[in-house]
Write a protein that binds this ligand. Structure first.
Ligand code: FE
Length: 333
């Protein structure tokens, strides 16, 4: 009897050892919120048996953590929002170049790092939203024109401290040069009806309440607000359709420089970029799939077709420091 128990204990131990020796995992640090990634990771684990461990937090804090952990970091994959943040992470040396035909086939070149240290996984448009009771959309045209005299005391903006606006202004610098962009940003500031807001949602709510008539936000904030209250007098306008197109940005990911499970991290990233995963990845936050074969969310598709700016989103990082200084000089708080 005793021998039997010993034997089965041994069998158990061997079984446990086998499981741990063959179990694979990937560790993800994500600035994208838990409810926007968890369903995907669960689907991936169900499909592959690979466990995805993750923590979520603010983009800047997670980047600092990866830097502080150095070679000991448990993070294999870093997910964050805004190309400016991805560029910054790569520039700080925490992401490594990944050579993958699957990634380059799935994600268009302008939505990934030219050195393949990160790829965009979802696309968001930063566009104009107006109060439908107070604005005739025929009077809207471009980002630049929101600085015209007719918008005096009618424009609302989110703070310039947010990376989304730094990326928007960076893209304008890349398009129009620094002197011209300086004039545009100054003209926006001159048209503000109140001090800039801390969030896109607050700016939208203020437009709906008539504090101002028009603002610039990421479309998913518009989608979220309208989901809660379908009666708000708000609508999307796609600017710059005759020039460079709507400002496009991404959320995305890169494999960390000191990844312990690099091969698994690459496989997870490749799967996240696949047509099968992309529809879900985008629709969890009412965004557009980065992979053009990914399915559009029906709510998002209803906002209509538009021309997006085909500029490489890495440019927003390259011009970020100049954008911040320019907004400061223009008095954009
Ligand atoms: Fe956001």
């Amino acid at each position: 009897m005793k021998k039997l128990i010993t034997l089965s204990l041994t069998a158990l131990l061997v079984a446990a050892w086998t499981v741990s020796a063959f179990a694979t995992e990937v560790v993800v640090y994500s600035a994208r919120k838990e409810h926007q990634i968890k369903p995907l990771f669960e689907a991936y684990t169900a499909k592959t048996g690979v466990e995805v461990k993750y923590i979520t937090g603010k983009a800047g804090a997670l980047l600092e953590r990866i830097k502080a952990e150095g070679k000991r970091t448990p993070a294999d994959l870093f997910i964050t929002v805004d190309a400016g943040n991805l560029w910054h992470a790569a520039n700080e040396g925490v992401l490594q170049s990944v050579d993958s035909n699957i990634l380059t086939d799935n994600i268009p070149a302008h939505l990934r790092d030219p050195q393949n240290r990160w790829v965009g996984l979802s696309v968001r448009a930063r566009t104009i939203v107006y109060n439908t009771d107070k604005v005739n959309p025929a009077d809207l045209s471009t980002y630049e024109a929101l600085g015209d005299a007719e918008w005096k005391n009618r424009l609302l903006l989110r703070t310039s401290k947010k990376v989304y606006n730094q990326s928007l202004v960076a893209s304008l610098i890349a398009e129009k040069g620094e002197a011209e962009t300086g004039k545009i940003v100054k003209s926006w500031v001159a048209n503000l009806s109140v001090h800039p807001f801390s969030s896109d949602t607050k700016a939208l709510e203020a437009v709906a309440a008539g504090v101002g008539d028009v603002t610039m936000v990421n479309t998913y904030y518009f989608g979220r607000l309208l989901k809660k209250n379908t009666d708000l007098p708000l609508a999307i306008f796609w600017p710059n359709q005759k020039t460079f197109g709507v400002h496009m940005n991404v959320s995305g990911a890169g494999v960390t420089t000191h990844a312990k499970n690099k091969a698994e991290a690459v496989k997870l990233l490749e799967w996240l970029s696949s047509a099968a995963a992309q529809g879900k990845f985008a629709s969890l936050n009412m965004e557009y799939p980065a992979n053009e074969s990914g399915k559009d969310d029906p709510i998002v598709a209803a906002w209509g077709e538009f021309k997006g700016n085909p500029m490489n989103v890495a440019k927003y990082g390259e011009y970020q420091a100049r954008a911040i200084k320019l907004m400061d000089r223009a008095g954009y708080k």
